[in-house]
Design a protein around this ligand. Sequence first.
Ligand SMILES: Cc1cc2nc3c(=O)[nH]c(=O)nc-3n(C[C@H](O)[C@H](O)[C@H](O)COP(=O)(O)O)c2cc1C
Length: 499
Amino acid sequence: MRLYLEPTDGSIAVALGDEAPEGSQPLAVLPPLYPEWLGGRSFAEAHGARFAYVVGEMARGIASASLVIAAGRAGGIGFFGSGGLPLAKVETALDEISAALGPDVPWGCNLIHSPNEPDLEQALTDLLLRKQVRRVCASAFMALQPTIVQYAFTGVTCSEDGTVTRPNHVFAKISRPEVARQFLAPAPLDLVQQLVRDGRLTADEAALAEHLPVAEDVTVEADSGGHTDNRPLPALFPIIRQLALDIARAHSFAQPARVGAAGGLGTPAAIAAAFQLGADYVVTGSINQATIEAGISSTAKELLCQAGLADCTMAPSADMFELGVKVQVLRKGTFFPQRAGRLYELYTNHASLEAIPAAEREKLERDLFRQPLAAVWESCVAFFERRDPRELERARQEPKHRMALVFRYYLGLSSHWPIVGEAERRHDFQIWCGPAMGSFNAWAAGSFLELPANRTVEQVALNLLEGAAAIVRAGQLRSYGVAVPADAFEFRPRRLRLA
Ligand SMILES: Cc1cc2nc3c(=O)[nH]c(=O)nc-3n(C[C@H](O)[C@H](O)[C@H](O)COP(=O)(O)O)c2cc1C
């Protein structure tokens, strides 16, 4: 960008290309701003990533091994979506990523809190440690658990000159200050001591843990696809940013935790805004689900590519159905949100399946389950006999719990159908998605990125970052009092190559 003096009134103006008016005097050149310079310097140093750009985990392997590999090769950090997958599948994916990216390209995996299945959470933690996965995104934790503390401090050492080395990095995904606080501070002493007694941490590791935060990267998740508190980023981010500083000062940490921004990021301007808020790194989610590397069917990707800004809504979640917890899903092209909402209404209004009026039950059997409720219950029995027989015991005592298990059967399958592209169940697709998707689609309209076949993780990432750099730079110039033209804030998608 070149600055010049307007020949008519002597004001400072900007030339984006070679179009400065005749007779104008060149004044200055604004130095370049590279996408690599967006975000916290220490992020790149700590993780060895070229860009402060994270591709967030998406459950059931939607954030697939290929997607994580593509993110790493594009200079960002991808997190594998281990949620809801059997351990054997996670292990295969971790091996694939590790073999493809080698030791120098950063990547990670999701460690999702499973309150109902602590053994599964522990087994996943053990797997991540055994496979030496160096980055884990901790999500769904409302309180610290032994698993994440064990992961955070396993292998921590301190050299004679006082340099602390932490082989494992926790990215804590939070949307509330009270949860962030726990990750930003040292772990409670009793929890650490219990881990020592259980042989999961050594005494030396525990001693160091007393002086270190559990997480050195905290992702602030605003209104997003999937589970979300629906908070706007500008409301939430500054609070967590300040909290990170306050807690670091209170504990005399060498440096405060890095704070990342997630939720609603689908355009260069949104990415620029997140960095201007002070984000050390950005995380994208929904928009990556429509890339060719995502582990979901092409039918689902086509639906995602057609989504507009208002085409998502909140619907009951499968995992916390009884508590009334909701997830953000795609609304356009599927009846899932209405159908899941109806199930929740029935659940709250009736004491058991038998108490639901016959006409309503028939409708459910015909339209939603496409089989008698008794047959659905048999499938539930077969599933929980393997997975957790205690659920069946409880359901036999509590008819309402039996109803919840039957309804959750539909909710569970409805997120599987878009993954495999079950054509028969197209209208029941549960596709987790936030407004970032519609925002991205509007920006990409008319460009090569409009077509699903051109949406690669790399092109999406490079365009967002390059565009964000251009927009931040235009903003810098405007802050010097220069009359920056409106189109300086415009960045259209283009085919970019990693230099
Ligand atoms: C399809 C899908 C599945 C997701 N699954 C998970 C998950 O298993 N664990 C998790 O921590 N976050 C999950 N997320 C959240 C993303 O990692 C990311 O934080 C979020 O999507 C960012 O917000 P955005 O959707 O507005 O871009 C999921 C998001 C989507 C869209």
